[in-house]
Design a protein around this ligand. Structure first.
Ligand code: ZN
Ligand code: ZN
Length: 244
């Protein structure tokens, strides 16, 4: 359906203040957009966290890690204040429409790096089907879908599956969290089908809404590599500024 007709049926809301917008106006009020903190130009090459200007290529976390499953990372906003509240509505209050705006911001801020990576597929971080039923959508897929369209790449939204329901694991170390999450993930039907067709994606953009400890993205990347992916870039909308 044409987007103008959709706008009439479901008046779009500003992703920052959740206020209704006049039809034909930008998706986000410019003043609301101005309240958010972009990650800026100096970021960690691997995860996308801001690093002090002119500092090393990697943030403290990434520099201290022995090895990791993804090599590159980009994000857009610091995970704080208004964007944090926006993310809560996006995930828990049905505002799936925000996803298109998030993807647009990701492209505007990081399009050059995303394109330079030369990906052959876009894959969202999966959620468990119980969450999917409750929420009605996978928020990472809502971002990944628009990103894939704009980058002219295939979207594989059943390539990774979450087969077990995991509870937040704050008391565990990062390493233990990654191992637990890896056990909760498996390749989905699309992974099998693409393998049989010898079309396993080699360079993958893995998409999630938020990067905090990085353990979810780490576990998903490790599973992607086990299916034959060679390089993974992680793309998120928000990223924590602190270190684990
Ligand atoms: Zn607004
Ligand atoms: Zn980093």
């Amino acid at each position: 359906m044409e987007s103008r007709i959709l706008d009439l049926l479901y008046p779009p809301r500003c992703p920052v203040c959740d206020g209704l917008r006049p039809i034909g106006a930008p998706r986000c009020h410019p003043a609301c957009r101005g309240k958010l903190t972009p990650v800026g130009a100096d970021t960690c090459m691997r995860c996308g966290k801001p690093v002090p200007e002119g500092a090393a290529e990697y943030c403290y976390d990434c520099a201290s890690k022995q090895e990791s499953s993804f090599e590159r990372g980009v994000s857009v906003f610091l995970y704080e204040g208004d964007i944090r509240e926006s993310m809560v509505r996006f995930k828990f209050h049905g505002r799936e429409e925000y996803g298109a705006w998030y993807a647009g911001e990701l492209l505007a801020a990081q399009g050059a790096k995303l394109r330079a990576f030369g990906a052959d597929a876009v894959i969202p971080v999966p959620i468990h089907r119980r969450k999917m039923r409750r929420r009605g959508y996978n928020q990472a897929e809502r971002i990944a879908r628009v990103l894939a369209e704009e980058l002219n790449l295939p979207l594989y939204d059943d390539y990774l599956r979450r087969n077990r329901f995991t509870v937040p694991q704050k008391e565990l170390s990062n390493h233990e969290r990654v191992r637990n999450l890896m056990r909760a993930l498996e390749p989905g039907r699309q992974a099998d089908r693409l393998r049989k067709q010898q079309k396993t994606p080699r360079r993958v953009i893995l998409v999630d809404d938020i990067y905090t400890t990085g353990s979810t993205l780490e576990a998903c990347s490790a599973v992607l590599k086990s299916t034959g992916a060679e390089h993974v870039m992680v793309a998120t909308i928000c990223i924590g500024g602190g270190y684990v």
